[in-house]
Design a protein around this ligand. Structure first.
Ligand SMILES: N[C@@H](CCC(=O)N[C@@H](CS)C(=O)NCC(=O)O)C(=O)O
Length: 233
């Protein structure tokens, strides 16, 4: 966790009306003042245009002395839905994606979206090894492995899934079916940090570069992505 020193809690989104006269739940996402495991949920709220309180914990001492003990699994992110707490970032993503219709149109499409999301979590784990390694020799070894083995493995997997979707007559340019889903947000966000340290990793995959551009310029996402707080991870 990077050092943290100022507080920030904002309400983001456009509306909290379900359209059928009933108010939608009150959402609060609690995470550190980073993208990290909190950012895909933030992108889901943004893509759905749903209000949420974006509570960013940036007082490390307060986290360890006070707040950590109040979290169900002593870790973040935590999603509050009308005051009820939900842990585990991927569970939160699945829940929000289902609530907002951002997880495909059939059970099969849902499974494919989750497959992409879980694959991106594997990549996140590999990149985290580089982030957390303190020994510079070992860090350099991890970096070589990332470039030679890990990035090619994951970009090839994603390339195949994207092309399969086109072969199945879905020409949207999204990973699953014809619509934006959590799969697209997950791919976009998971590559954001690796691209800052290794800018060329998508260069052999024009479809993945196009996909990145598609998300970055998406009508519901572009403003947020351009103006979101710049954080290293
Ligand atoms: N599998 C959990 C991991 C949660 C986790 O390890 N969160 C880290 C931040 S990414 C955390 O809370 N670290 C601070 C601490 O453990 O005190 C998830 O995906 O939500």
């Amino acid at each position: 966790m990077e050092s943290i020193n100022s507080a920030d809690t904002k309400t983001r989104g456009n509306n909290n009306n379900t359209g059928n006269g009933t108010a939608s739940p009150k959402y609060k996402l609690i995470y550190f003042d980073l993208r990290g495991r909190g950012e895909i949920p933030r992108l889901l709220f943004t893509a759905a245009g749903v209000d949420f309180v974006d509570e960013r914990i940036d007082d490390q001492e307060k986290w360890f002395k006070v707040l950590k003990a109040k979290m169900p699994q002593r870790a973040l992110p935590v999603l509050e839905v009308d005051g009820k707490k939900l842990s585990q970032s991927l569970t939160i993503c699945r829940y929000l994606a289902r609530e907002f219709g951002l997880i495909g149109k059939s059970s099969w499409e849902q499974a494919r979206a989750e497959e992409v999301m879980d694959t991106m979590d594997d990549l996140r784990g590999e990149v985290a090894k580089w982030i957390h390694e303190q020994d510079q020799c070992k860090k350099a070894e991890i970096e070589e492995r990332l470039k030679d083995e890990i990035y090619p493995k994951f970009t090839n997997i994603l390339d195949t899934i994207l092309k399969e979707n086109v072969e199945n007559n879905n020409r949207s340019g999204y990973f699953v079916g014809d619509n934006l889903s959590v799969a697209d947000l997950s791919v976009f966000e998971t590559f954001t940090f690796p691209l800052t340290i290794h800018p060329g990793i998508l260069d052999d995959h024009p479809e993945l570069l196009d996909h990145r551009e598609r998300i970055q310029t998406h009508a519901l996402l572009a403003d947020y992505i351009t103006n979101r707080p710049p954080r290293p991870v």
